[in-house]
Design a protein around this ligand. Structure first.
Ligand SMILES: Cc1cc2nc3c(=O)[nH]c(=O)nc-3n(C[C@H](O)[C@H](O)[C@H](O)COP(=O)(O)OP(=O)(O)OC[C@H]3O[C@@H](n4cnc5c(N)ncnc54)[C@H](O)[C@@H]3O)c2cc1C
Length: 467
């Protein structure tokens, strides 16, 4: 196991101890705490370091890469996962993926890329691996300090930090629907997080539930490995192929954004291109899309319609209820799968933070400015908590740059920082997409990356001007 140091190192280095009740708290001075060493946490460590901050990053697992590290118990990756966003829109702006990599690399390549990123910028030495954050509490709220309690085995330690960046990912806690009769069902039911390898499907009758990207990928795996595959979706979706007009589909979309075409025109053009390339989804027996393109994050899958067209995937409606041996669908059809895979998504979870600190609503949705800044605490941040129409890494990078520059401004010019903070705290909640989306957890942090990155750029310009 790799570790950045031990508690006794800190004692040896003379780190002061503050007393909080009967608990000793290590004072880490101006050090910033980052929670998680996935793509977002690594970007935070790098950019905070570049602004001159000492950083302690805590990572529950024993390596970097977060979700992309398939060795991690909570990784949602399965053997066939490839990028959905193409290489240029996925890589960090300051660390390109190799030229000879394909447009949509395999998940193991993404992990290699993140490991190289950590290596190149010397990030590992700032990460405490195998260390879970169990509590984050205001330490000295007036000074913006935080007490972070970590656990290794059964040993807990609390350290005081000048700021906390939460980068704990939001694709690890399964969102599980409950259906009538499910408890008495004798077949197997798993969540997609437990799906790792197509061998799990071989020779079985499989029902895949959910029309998101994972659901579609798993249905495609089942089409090739299972005895029979039903794919249940509640709504109609647009199924974009990975290539449009001979280019990765997201690059065509970016081109339209760069031309500053209004959303309605992009929707018209995109829907027309999809109809011309793959045809009307209802021709394949799939429900008609009940929304316009870009009003849900895109399903990017070139193989799903192909397999539906070959009869290897049978589209079916929502589940009504289970019996002991079957699944009854909304249209009354009764099917008898051996295995049901619930690709029903994930819920964001922050067990180490009380909901009040995140200004969370009754559903648990944190209220944040720019999906990044706490509205109440100027030194508490979240990164990577977005559901976008593009790769996440560039977004995590620019969020980290904004956080690091903001914290630096607090140090160098507290008065200007206070003015800046008032403007942030006073800004009304807003959505970062012009498209209408449903209020499901799937769209809580929906964003149009062009709109969002422009907003981050504006904040950066304000921070630069304030220096
Ligand atoms: C099938 C699939 C396909 C995807 N395809 C794409 C794609 O094409 N492009 C794209 O950009 N994104 C894609 N994603 C999204 C992917 O999740 C992000 O790219 C990225 O992994 C998010 O990084 P993160 O650092 O925010 O979160 P994570 O990768 O989840 O990392 C969070 C880290 O925090 C650690 N952690 C959590 N809680 C604690 C704690 N209490 N204490 C200490 N450590 C903690 C975790 O162990 C983990 O290492 C895909 C996801 C899936 C599931």
């Amino acid at each position: 196991m790799e570790t950045a140091g031990t508690g006794s190192d800190w004692e040896a280095s003379g780190a002061a101890t503050i007393w909080r009740g009967d608990r000793g708290v290590y004072d880490r001075g101006d050090t910033v705490c980052v929670i998680g060493a996935g793509a977002s946490g690594l970007a935070a460590v790098k950019n905070l370091r570049e602004q001159g901050f000492a950083v302690d990053c805590y990572e529950r697992e024993t390596g970097v890469g977060g979700a992309w590290n398939w060795r991690h118990a909570r990784s949602p990756m399965y053997a066939s996962t490839h990028l959905i966003s193409s290489k240029p829109g996925t890589q960090y702006p300051d660390f390109p993926m190799p030229d000879d990599w394909p447009d949509y690399p395999h998940h193991t390549k993404v992990l290699t890329y993140l490991e190289h990123y950590a290596e190149h910028f010397g990030l590992r030495e700032h990460v405490w691996f195998g260390t879970e954050v169990v509590r984050v509490e205001p330490g000295d709220p007036d000074r913006g300090l935080w007490d972070v309690t970590t656990r290794v085995g059964s040993k807990e330690r609390t350290s005081r930090y000048a700021g906390v960046v939460v980068a704990n990912g939001h694709l690890w806690s399964p969102k599980l629907p409950r259906y009538d009769g499910q408890d008495g069902y004798r077949g197997r039911v798993i969540h997609s997080s437990a799906y790792k390898d197509p061998a799990q499907l071989r020779g079985l009758r499989v029902l895949v539930v959910g029309g998101g990207n994972s659901g579609c990928d798993i249905a495609v795996d089942a089409a090739q490995q299972a005895n029979r595959c039903w794919h249940s979706t509640r709504r109609g979706y647009w199924y974009a192929p990975k290539y449009l007009l001979g280019r990765p589909a997201d690059q065509v979309n970016d081109l339209m954004s760069a031309l500053r075409l209004p959303l309605s025109m992009r929707q018209w053009f995109g829907q027309r291109e999809l109809r011309r390339t793959v045809g009307d989804p209802s021709r394949y027996g799939l429900p008609k899309p009940d929304h316009k393109l870009y009003e849900s994050h895109p399903i990017v899958n070139s193989q799903l319609l192909y397999h539906v067209g070959h009869g290897d995937i049978e589209p079916v409606p929502d589940i009504k209820h289970f019996t002991a041996t079957s699944v009854v669908l909304a249209n009354g059809e009764e099917i008898e799968p051996d295995l049901v895979v619930l690709a029903t998504g994930y819920l964001p979870r922050f067990e180490f933070l009380s909901p009040q600190l995140l200004d969370a609503d009754t559903d648990g949705r944190p209220r944040l400015h720019l999906y990044t800044f706490s509205r109440k605490y100027p030194t508490l941040f979240l990164t990577g908590l977005v559901q976008g129409d593009s790769g996440l890494l560039p977004i995590a990078h620019w969020q980290a740059v904004v956080i690091a520059k903001w914290l630096r401004l607090r140090d160098t010019d507290p008065q200007r920082a206070a003015t800046f903070w008032t403007s942030i705290a006073g800004t009304a909640d807003r959505r970062w997409t012009q498209a209408k989306t449903t209020d499901s957890t799937r769209h809580w942090f929906e964003l149009d990356h062009t709109l969002y990155l422009t907003a981050l750029q504006r904040v950066l310009s304000e921070l630069e001007a304030a220096r």
